[in-house]
Design a protein around this ligand. Structure first.
Ligand code: EPU
Length: 494
């Protein structure tokens, strides 16, 4: 496999490893881009004020603003039904797409997570009116009163703020964007976003931590990604829908959340073909030709995987409504290899027929080897869950991380719970134990935090998780949903 040049460089420099998976890119030598928590109902935005959709409880990598903790104990078999909420990594981009047309974009199946609040604040600062008429709906009204500037105090809190770059540049011709920060699991550059937009005629300047981009009118271009970046694909698509002429993205990301964004853009009047494939073709329409639409956010495959992992280590049976097995095929395959019984079907949720999944586990798992890859491979965001499941599986499993070289920090926390894990470079060898042993642990990022909750379900005694604000960024009532199916879990307010 041809991995990322930047990843290779990082790994060679800092991790002293040099083997199979990531070496290809060095030999390829190609450039990556080339020519060829719950919102207050009815809250209204104010342009420069506080949180728009509810109280913001999140701060990327910062201090724990809530002081809350989650206490979880091994619970015996889980049993019941839960509804999987909408996807964080979709809804944040859908919200940004409201910049592309005048009028009110209406989003449903919006998860109650802190990142939605933060994105709402950012878009309100830029000039949208943002409201939450009911808990799972967000409305974003664009009156054309836009100031295309995204300041550091908002951008630093959420990586997805980079997704305002494409729509603002495409429609308004100018953006001043503070550079987004990294994550606890490593540096996350935006060079592919910039190169792609440059090829469409944008000019960039960088000074004092701010990126200034300008383009009288973006022009369609053929953009070849040598790695299917999710965020860069989304930014280029949003820039291209109102650019002059045709844009082709060769090597586009195919994640279900990218597909969801493309579907919204098509409902708004965008002309996009090849949706869900590695070659996206976008025929630009006039800058003011898109119209607002109503859109149902795709359900969250990572939250669904978290509930699968929970029942996997606890044993029992779970029915998940609005869970899309097709969007998580490789993860489901690996879970079946581990001995988890998973079937897919449909069910009624109110008056809607929705995809559903039924998951059964004895609580005993078999070890498997897994590597993370772009979609349709096993997503990096599942990895902390997989490592946690392997910690209590029979045998040894090797997990290989191909996207974020630094994404193993939660391993130290799992080891505090008695997990037997050895990391070498981007590999983790996990030797399963019959049970973990509860202890205080910290959530270092969203997915690592959810993995600590799953680990607590597999541990004797009490596991107390701090850094809960990270979990709040991406999980809609994880504690309540797990308690609802029989888990011994409680959130204590700090
Ligand atoms: N990359 C570059 N240059 C770029 C863009 C990306 O080097 O210009 C590198 C990144 O540093 C990383 C890799 O490419 O090593 C993957 O980046 P990608 O652009 O695909 O990811 P992203 O858009 O930044 C989204 C999700 C992540 C998820 C990844 C991969 C959102 C808001 N975030 O990030 O989700 O891990 O795709 O699937 O959509 C999470 O939800 O916890 C999370 C981190």
């Amino acid at each position: 496999m041809c991995g990322r040049l930047r990843v290779v460089t990082w790994v060679v420099r800092h991790e002293n490893f040099g083997d199979d998976v990531l070496t290809g890119r060095e030999r390829c030598g190609a450039s990556r881009v080339s020519g060829g928590p719950g919102g207050a109902q009815g809250a209204l935005s104010d342009r420069h004020g506080g949180s728009i959709l509810g109280s913001v409880t999140s701060d990327l990598g910062g201090p724990d603003l809530t002081g809350d903790r989650i206490e979880v104990r091994s619970s015996g078999p889980l049993d019941g039904t839960l509804v999987v909420p909408g996807a964080k990594n979709s809804v944040l981009k859908l919200m940004a797409a409201a910049l592309l047309c005048d009028g009110t974009t209406r989003l449903t199946n919006v998860p109650r997570i802190a990142d939605v609040d933060i994105m709402g604040d950012l878009l309100a600062h830029i000039g949208l009116r943002v409201s939450r008429p009911s808990p799972d709906r967000v409305e974003l009204t664009n009156d054309g009163n836009i100031t295309p500037e995204a300041p550091y105090r908002l951008v630093e809190r959420i990586r997805a703020s980079i997704n305002v770059l494409g729509p603002l540049l495409g429609r308004y011709g100018r953006v001043v964007l503070s550079m987004p920060g990294g994550d606890d699991f490593g540096s996350r550059p935006i060079d592919m976003h910039i190169e792609g937009l440059r090829m469409m005629g944008a000019e960039f300047k960088f000074a004092h931590g701010e990126l200034t981009a300008a383009a009288d009118r973006l022009r369609g271009a053929r953009i070849v990604f040598d790695y299917p970046s999710v965020g860069a694909t989304e930014n280029i698509v949003m820039a291209a829908v109102t650019a002059e002429g045709d844009t082709v993205i060769d090597g586009a990301a195919r994640e279900p959340e990218v597909v969801d964004l493309c579907r919204l853009l098509v409902s708004m009047g965008g002309d996009i073909s090849g949706i869900g494939t590695a070659e996206l073709r976008i025929r630009g329409v006039g800058r003011d030709d898109l119209r607002p639409a109503e859109h149902h956010t795709v359900s969250d495959r990572i939250q669904a995987a978290t509930y699968i992992a929970s029942v996997a280590v606890s044993g029992g049976q779970l029915t998940m409504l609005d869970a899309r097995a097709d969007d998580m095929e490789m993860f489901v395959r690996r879970c079946r290899d581990m001995g988890i019984d998973i079937s897919a079907g449909t069910a009624m949720l109110g008056d809607r027929e929705v995809p559903s999944m039924s998951v059964t586990s004895t609580g005993r798992l078999r070890a498997v080897d897994v590597q993370t890859l772009p979609y349709p491979g096993v997503a990096t965001d599942y990895k902390p869950l997989i490592v946690t499941m392997l910690s209590v599986a029979d045998g040894v499993g090797v997990v290989t991380e191909n996207l974020y070289p630094g994404r193993f920090r939660y391993v130290e926390e799992l080891m505090r719970l008695g997990a037997d894990i050895t990391t070498t470079g981007h590999h983790a060898a996990v030797r399963g134990r019959p049970r973990l042993s509860g202890a205080p642990v910290r959530a270092h990022d969203i997915r690592a935090g959810a993995a600590m909750v799953v680990a607590g379900l597999a541990a004797e005694g009490t596991t107390t998780i701090t850094g809960v604000h990270h979990i709040d960024r991406g999980y809609d009532d994880l504690t309540g949903r797990l308690a609802g199916v029989g888990a011994d879990i409680v959130r204590r307010h700090g």
